[in-house]
Design a protein around this ligand. Structure first.
Ligand SMILES: Cc1cc2nc3c(=O)[nH]c(=O)nc-3n(C[C@H](O)[C@H](O)[C@H](O)COP(=O)(O)O)c2cc1C
Ligand code: SF4
Length: 422
């Protein structure tokens, strides 16, 4: 039983209400009442203000305040778009999938309210290509809601129209990055754009666009229902609310959890996820926020899971994807696997990332295969230095996190891996 109880689910209400994925069940539990309330009795400015007051921060990785992002959209420029980031390709992240599969109408209701708030009449859900079931399922749910007049024209007799379209990506991790996503949505190759201009001003088809994560928008109906103060009663001052977190690796109970923000990593791993799988194999390291994040070790177990605490420790909460590894894992192999992913997913636009990820993998590979050379660790560090801060988008920097983390915490193991080969 978890020590810190969650008072109530915000985004994973399927855990409390059976079959909430069915429209009738969702409606019987107050579903779409908040869209009605927002559209019929609130102004867009009042909705943005409530979301600002709630302190909701984007759940897609960066933790940027959602209401503030919405307020950057210029009122005078039309049309505007809402784009829902359902790409979820970070290794270890699978919490958006649960929301889509099990609580889809709360996401759709969040989209209706948010689109109204920013003045958009069209919303696109960009979903990763491999998630074929999720795409078909969402289309079916949109059709159900449209039949009942909850999505489409003249909603609740207000004259406000919103259409929601599902767009399947072709399965590229970079298309989760908001500007590459927009390029892909426009039918171009999915490569990031230079910022500024930011999407809020010039996004999809160069029009004002808000890109928000699935979980972020799923919070919105409940903020409208219960208010900013209620939302702030979860989590911490600067990281209010809950976070859907996926945990995998060597824990007893891997899976998705909705946690109040601010519990410690120790509580999460040991009280929520049941602790280490094999009592004879203790924790070795943690990749706390997806493959892009810098690693942590046992000394960080008391770190609170908030954006700011994780950033202060040199890592990130990211999209909520914790991978816990025990002492059976060789560090070289783990770093190789992480960097193979980034090499594979590098979009090729800029040379520090395109070439750098290739070199990192080449060096990790030869150490892993027993052909490591004296000086290889220094070489890895040097390649990382040439990449960090010099790549066009955060993907390139992400590939350096495994290098720097391995060197920072496991230098003797890396040296021994090379020494053993001579
Ligand atoms: C390489 C890369 C991959 C990303 N993948 C995702 C993703 O799969 N889903 C997501 O919501 N955000 C992803 N992001 C973050 C988005 O660029 C963007 O910040 C987010 O969708 C904004 O939504 P939010 O404000 O609701 O968090 C990614 C960023 C980078 C750099
Ligand atoms: S850093 Fe990598 S993914 Fe980003 S633009 Fe450059 S090549 Fe593409």
């Amino acid at each position: 039983m978890p020590k810190t109880e969650l008072k109530e689910y915000i985004v994973m209400r399927n855990r409390e209400i059976e079959n909430i994925r069915d429209l009738d069940v969702y409606l019987a539990n107050g579903g779409y009442e908040m869209a009605k309330k927002a559209l019929t009795s609130m102004t867009p400015a009042a909705i943005i203000d409530e979301v600002k007051k709630s302190g909701l921060r984007g759940r897609g990785g960066a933790g940027f305040p959602t209401g503030v992002k919405w307020s950057f959209v210029p009122k005078e420029l039309n049309p505007k778009y809402l784009v829902v980031n359902a790409d979820e390709s970070e290794p270890g992240t699978f919490n958006n999938h649960e929301i889509i599969d099990e609580n889809p109408h709360q996401l759709l209701e969040g989209i209706v309210i948010s689109a109204f708030a920013i003045g958009a009449n069209v919303a696109y859900i960009y979903i990763r290509g491999e998630f074929a079931y999720g795409a078909r399922f969402l289309e079916q749910k949109i059709a159900e809601a449209r039949e009942r007049g909850l999505i489409g024209k003249n909603l609740f007799g207000t004259g406000y129209d919103v259409e929601i379209y599902v767009h399947r990506g072709a399965g590229a991790y970079i298309c989760g990055e908001e500007t590459a996503l927009l390029e892909s949505l426009e039918g171009k190759i999915g490569q990031p754009r230079l910022k500024p201009p930011f999407p809020a001003v010039a996004g999809l088809y160069a029009k004002p666009t808000v890109v928000n994560n699935v979980e972020t928008l799923t919070n919105v109906p409940r903020i409208i229902e219960k208010g900013a103060d209620w939302f702030r009663s979860f989590g911490t001052e600067k990281s209010p609310g809950t976070k859907a977190v996926s945990i995998s690796g060597h824990v007893k109970n891997p899976g998705n959890y909705e946690i109040p923000l601010g519990i410690t990593i120790r509580e999460f791993i040991f009280d929520w996820a049941g602790g280490m799988r094999d009592p004879n194999l203790p924790l070795k390291f943690i990749i706390p926020g997806g493959a892009s994040s810098n690693w942590l070790t046992e000394q960080h177990l008391d770190l609170p899971m908030t954006w700011d605490d994780m950033a202060a420790a040199g890592t990130m909460l990211g999209s909520g994807a914790m991978v816990v590894l025990d002492t059976s894992v060789p560090v070289v192999r783990a770093a190789l696997k992480v960097d193979e992913f980034f090499k594979h997913e590098s979009c090729g636009k800029c040379s520090p990332c395109r070439e750098g990820t290739h070199f990192l993998v080449k060096v990790w590979e030869r150490i892993d295969e027993g052909h490591g050379r004296v000086g290889d660790i220094e070489l890895l560090a040097d390649v990382g230095k040439q990449m960090l801060g010099k790549c066009f988008c955060p993907l390139g920097d992400s590939s350096v996190s495994a290098v720097n983390s391995a060197i920072k915490f496991f230098r003797p193991e890396l040296d021994a891996a090379i020494d053993a080969q001579h």
